[in-house]
Design a protein around this ligand. Sequence first.
Ligand SMILES: [Mg+2]
Ligand SMILES: [Zn+2]
Length: 198
Amino acid sequence: MRAWPPKVAKGPPVPTAYLDRDGTINRDKAGSYILKLSQFRLYAAAPAAVKLLNAKGYRVVVLTNQSAVGRGYMTMAVSRAINLKMVRELRRAGASVDAVYFCPHAPEAACACRKPRPGLINEAAKDRPADQALSFMAGDKKCDLDLARNAGIKGRLVLTGQWRHSLGAAAAKKGFKDLLTLARALPDVSGGKKRKPR
Ligand SMILES: [Mg+2]
Ligand SMILES: [Zn+2]
């Protein structure tokens, strides 16, 4: 389900940075959910990371499982508001998120969009296709990497969130310290084109 923006402009396939939210862009704790606006805290390096992704020519799309909605811990409206808060806080720091999609379903719902199922990526790609070869999915959990595999794009692990609980210590060798470290390691795909201000 798209949380933001209300409409997506059509266009040719673009290199896309698909980013997980909790544990990748903002602080996350194992076994708890972000249920209130006040619990949402960007990682200090997140604005610089997204800014760098913008500068390097990536469309930035956030994909997040928010099963707390389906479990009845939070309303859809609050979940949307938290996603908008993320977009706004990043924008205030000069970083642009192009779109946010979330899965509000509980695991038992067996929906098509709960990561690692590819529903959210399919929905995003329907709005604006991704250049498969230059796109990637970055996240802090096994389900993010599995989603990348299911969608046929590269997966990138960040070591800021919950990887320890789903992937174990061996995964650390393949991971990036944080989203900014990953953004620095990525190629510039802008082709010298300046990003259009939205
Ligand atoms: Mg996460
Ligand atoms: Zn879903």
